[in-house]
Every structure is written in structure tokens, then in C-alpha cells.
Design a protein around this ligand. Structure first.
Ligand SMILES: NC(=O)c1ccc[n+]([C@@H]2O[C@H](COP(=O)([O-])OP(=O)(O)OC[C@H]3O[C@@H](n4cnc5c(N)ncnc54)[C@H](OP(=O)(O)O)[C@@H]3O)[C@@H](O)[C@H]2O)c1
Length: 297
């Protein structure tokens, strides 16, 4: 009998971590270890050392991150610790034990001034602390792991779990008659379950044990393009909520962190290399809204 592939999922209480958990039973040949912040605290180097002292894994899927984009502006050291220094440490551990690292990064590494979907090779220029620390995390991986790491940049993640745009808009739509939503930031939503499936497709599809793969960056989101305004309109339409959406400009909704105006990701590379599915954003949104409404009723 072949040994199961052992997979550590960090940040397991987050949107992506929980989405991987929901599909884990579809992969009976994998043995998952889900670690939340209490079990593996990436802001604490001792916690990391202790966690890996007596256990090794074939694969680490790093879903943990300091994801509070605005809060990161006022706590840059903590954001850097989690999004950069801890990733450096995980990379060293991965190198030491020949562990494959799948790391999630962000569209916020780009400045958003482009008018065509971003390629992995396009130049980066983060606009805030979150994007900068995530970029430093990417660079740490590439410096330490020449092989066996995959950095997946994604955008606008939502799910049935945690706090996200879809859940916020659904809640506000039930409380208010109208909402102001930004129309001049354009990107693509990503349903965390679709990303979870893509990650597992990559983990399963490659024979990690026998072949060394050069570390690379790939982009993943759902298919299509929208603004936050379009996203909100689609949520109300699918949930059958009567709430008027006013399209406003970014300048009328000031936030501590600057965000890219355009951050659509080109997904050709991940599709060609790993044959992952990238469903149309509205189709996936429908699934999530149905799921969320089922939970409410
Ligand atoms: N959300 C987005 O729109 C978005 C967009 C682009 C890229 N990404 C990237 O996608 C990945 C997954 O994001 P997500 O949406 O699943 O984020 P999320 O829901 O915020 O989950 C992040 C997880 O990281 C955990 N975490 C925070 N600080 C930690 C620490 N010190 N030690 C260990 N764990 C810690 C959180 O723990 P608690 O549950 O205890 O808070 C949370 O469970 C991240 O790398 C993120 O940067 C996200």
C-alpha cells in the first residue's frame, strides 16, 4: 500500500483553509493536518519551531496571512512578521525536509495602473503594507526554494466562511434600502472553494516525490471581470434582495490603504500548466449565495 501524502494546511480557520477542509474527503489518499492560529502562530517564531520539531509533511499549503488590508497600515511589523518573516521560516523548513510549499499571494502586489489582465511576469509595485509584505513573502520563497514551491496569486476571495464582501453585502442589503459601492476598482472575484479545488488539483496532479519543479508564480481567480459595484449588484440579484446600489468613486470612500484600480489576473499559465478549472465568477457566486441562504433559512 502506498503511503498517504501528508498535507499541512496553515490558517485553517480562514476562508481558504475552511474551504480546503470541506473538500478534504474527496482526497482519501491525502492525510490532512489543519492548523489554526492557536496551533501554529506565524507571528511567533517559537510557535513555528515547536510545531515542526516533531513532524514533517510532504506538502505545506500556507493559507495563513495577515489579510486585514487597512489594519496592516497601522501594524506593519505584525503584517511583515506573518506575511514575510514567517514565510521565510516556512521556506527554510520546507527546504530542510524536502517539503513542497504552496503559498497564496495577492493581486495587491500590482499598482493597478494597467489596462490588460496582469501576467505573472508583469512588474510589481504594491500600494500598501499588505501588498508589500505579501510581495516580500513571495521573494523570500523564491530566494530560498529554487524548486518545489508554487506561489498562487489570487484576488477578491469570498466564501461561506469568515468575513468577506459577499457576506457583508448580503447583511447590509437586508438592513438598508440603498448602499454606496465603488465602481472604479475592477478585478475578478475568487470563490475560495474553486481555489481550494485548484490547489488540490495541483497537489495531486504532480508527482512531487520524484521530480523537482522550479519554483514559480501562477495567477488564479474566477473567470471574467467586474467592479465592486457590479459584484454587489450581482449578489443582490442572485439573492433576490431589493436594495439600490449607488456607484461611487474610490475618492468618496477613503480607506487607510490604497488599493489598485485594476487588478484582473491573467490565468493562462495556471490553466495550461495544471489544467485547473476557472468557473465564470457569477456561476460560482450563485453557488455561494445559495449555500449562504440555505444556512440562514
Ligand atoms: N481575502 C482576499 O480577498 C484575498 C485576496 C488575495 C489574496 N488572498 C490571500 O489568500 C490567502 C487566504 O486568504 P483568506 O481569504 O482565506 O484569508 P482569511 O480568511 O483572513 O484567513 C487567514 C487566516 O490566517 C490566520 N492568521 C492570521 N494571523 C495568523 C498568525 N499569526 N498565525 C497563524 N495564522 C494566522 C487567520 O486566523 P484567525 O482565523 O484566527 O484570524 C485566518 O484563519 C492569504 O494568503 C491571503 O493573503 C486573499
Amino acid at each position: 500500500m502506498t503511503k498517504p501524502q501528508t498535507i499541512l494546511v496553515t490558517g485553517s480557520a480562514g476562508q481558504l483553509g475552511q474551504s480546503i477542509k470541506t473538500i478534504a474527503t474527496d482526497y482519501p489518499d491525502c492525510e490532512f493536518v489543519f492548523a489554526n492560529r492557536q496551533q501554529l502562530d506565524l507571528s511567533n517564531e517559537t510557535s513555528i519551531t515547536d510545531f515542526f520539531e516533531h513532524q514533517t509533511f510532504h506538502v505545506i499549503i500556507n493559507c495563513a496571512a495577515h489579510t486585514a488590508v487597512d489594519k496592516a497600515e497601522s501594524e506593519p511589523e505584525l503584517a511583515n512578521q506573518i506575511n514575510h518573516i514567517a514565510v521565510q521560516k516556512l521556506s527554510n523548513i520546507a527546504k530542510q525536509h524536502n517539503t513542497k510549499l504552496i503559498h497564496i499571494s495577492t493581486d495587491y502586489v500590482f499598482n493597478g495602473r494597467q489596462y490588460r489582465p496582469y501576467l505573472e511576469t508583469d512588474s510589481v509595485e504594491p500600494q500598501g503594507v499588505y501588498g508589500q509584505t505579501k510581495l516580500s513573502g513571495e521573494q523570500a520563497i523564491r530566494n530560498i526554494l529554487k524548486n518545489n514551491a508554487i506561489i498562487i496569486r489570487t484576488s477578491w476571495v469570498y466564501s461561506e466562511y469568515g468575513n468577506n464582501f459577499v457576506k457583508t453585502i448580503l447583511k447590509l442589503g437586508q438592513e438598508r434600502d440603498s448602499l454606496n459601492v465603488i465602481f472604479d476598482q475592477v478585478g475578478t472575484p475568487t470563490y475560495a472553494k474553486d481555489l481550494a479545488k485548484a490547489i488540490m488539483n495541483i497537489v495531486q496532479g504532480r508527482n512531487f516525490k520524484h521530480v523537482d519543479f522550479t519554483t514559480s508564480i501562477v495567477h488564479f481567480s474566477n473567470e471574467g471581470v467586474c467592479s465592486w459595484y457590479d459584484f454587489a449588484k450581482a449578489i443582490f440579484e442572485l439573492a433576490n434582495i431589493q436594495c439600490h446600489v449607488n456607484a461611487i468613486e474610490t475618492k468618496d470612500y477613503p480607506t487607510p490603504a490604497k488599493r489598485p484600480h485594476y487588478s484582473v489576473l491573467n490565468k493562462a499559465k495556471i490553466k495550461q500548466t495544471y489544467s485547473v478549472a476557472t468557473p465564470y465568477w457569477k456561476d460560482s457566486l450563485k453557488q455561494c449565495v445559495i449555500d449562504l441562504q440555505g444556512k440562514v433559512s
